[in-house]
Design a protein around this ligand. Structure first.
Ligand SMILES: [Zn+2]
Ligand SMILES: [Zn+2]
Length: 354
């Protein structure tokens, strides 16, 4: 029986409609698998080692040297080689630090899109997959994200730093080489604003964090996927995407900048296991991953930070686009069962049980 569910925080509505999955043409698993042979380095890929001069100079390059990690930077004339992670300005940015657009009042309201748009190459290996990226590589990526988010929030025009991954063409990725992006905004994006307002209201009226309350329900419940020492992954109650899952720190924490090295290592394990589980469950689907973090600017409301993963297995159509009501043919309880089993298998493989 279909059910209309409302998101914990926002006004998004989701029709959980398992009946729809029975329609033969309704549910197709998108595959990232390529028919051409995959190379460790692709000569045409601007993100591959050897092609560093095809991107703008990197502002941060991680290089491993004798058990330590150096933070270096390219110069206009010389590029750092032998890197593990590279971070540079997007060649085709969606926002710009020197936008000259005018401010306009409603109904044709507009303002300059001030901001910084960067690309992070998360591995030197062209054929690496997010579904099997080693835990140690995730540690380097997450530490670099934290470093850059801190740096971006120190900029005057930045109210919010959006951190996201597009993996696979169905998820909007233009390049196969695994990468991540950061993009800054001069105001809180609507989804974060809605979450922050709900949390702020509950904090003020009930003296509780609404997300901590959700965690107490979802932890050990039918939608839980996996727990580590510090994190819990679960399929949200009103998942807008089939097999969507969220990863939350168990401890109430609003600032991603305060995440410790130990927690980064734990989150890296969680990502390795859950993305590995997602890849195994759905034959490596296209997906998006977004960080939901608090603004570090004092004037804005805070959220309990977390990650959200949206597999792209069912296309949004007329109802979703036209009304903001989402149809999800896979009940989150079933998604959690499947993702939980395969994520636990990944953990067992990681620690060598199977
Ligand atoms: Zn490449
Ligand atoms: Zn909380």
């Amino acid at each position: 029986m279909p059910e209309l569910r409302k998101d914990y925080f926002t006004n998004r509505l989701v029709l959980i409609s398992p009946e729809r999955i029975k329609r033969p043409t309704e549910f197709r698993v998108a595959k990232n698998t390529k028919s051409t042979p995959i190379l460790s380095i692709s000569p045409d890929c601007p993100f591959c080692p050897g092609n560093e001069d095809k991107t703008p100079p990197a502002e941060l390059v991680l290089v491993g040297r004798e058990n330590s990690l150096l933070k270096l930077a390219d110069s206009e004339s010389e590029r750092v080689t032998g890197w593990t992670v590279r971070y540079f300005p997007n060649k085709f940015p969606a926002v710009s630090p020197d936008s000259e657009t005018r401010y306009n009042d409603p109904p044709l309201q507009s303002e300059p899109a001030f901001g910084y748009h960067h690309v992070m190459i998360v591995t030197p290996k062209h054929d690496a997959s997010y579904f099997s990226l080693p835990t140690e590589q995730w540690v380097d990526i997450l530490a670099t994200v934290q470093d850059r988010v801190r740096w971006l929030y120190s900029k005057k025009t930045v109210s919010y730093v959006s951190v996201f991954i597009n993996s696979g063409t169905d998820a909007g990725a233009s390049f196969a080489h695994p990468h991540l992006q950061t993009l800054t905004l001069t105001r809180l994006p609507p989804l974060i604003q809605e979450e922050a307002e709900t949390m702020h209201r509950d904090m003020t009226e009930l003296s509780t964090c609404s997300m901590c309350k959700v965690l107490s329900i979802e932890m050990n419940g039918p939608r839980q996927i996996l727990q580590t020492d510090n994190f819990v992954a679960f399929a949200p109650w009103a998942s807008t995407h089939a097999y969507e899952f969220w990863i939350f720190p168990k401890r109430h924490e609003t600032s991603f900048l305060k995440v410790s090295q130990k927690e980064i290592e734990d989150l890296a394990r969680m990502l390795r296991a859950t993305l590995g589980g997602l890849g195994a469950t759905l034959s490596s689907p296209a997906f998006n991953l977004a960080f939901h973090i608090s603004s570090e600017k004092k004037t804005t409301k805070q959220i309990h930070w977390h990650l959200e993963v949206y597999p792209q297995v069912v296309k949004w159509a007329g109802l979703e686009k036209g009304s903001g009501v989402y149809v999800n043919p896979v009940p989150p309880e079933e998604a959690a069962k499947a993702l939980g089993a395969s994520s636990r298998r990944e953990i067992a493989q990681m620690i060598g049980i199977i």
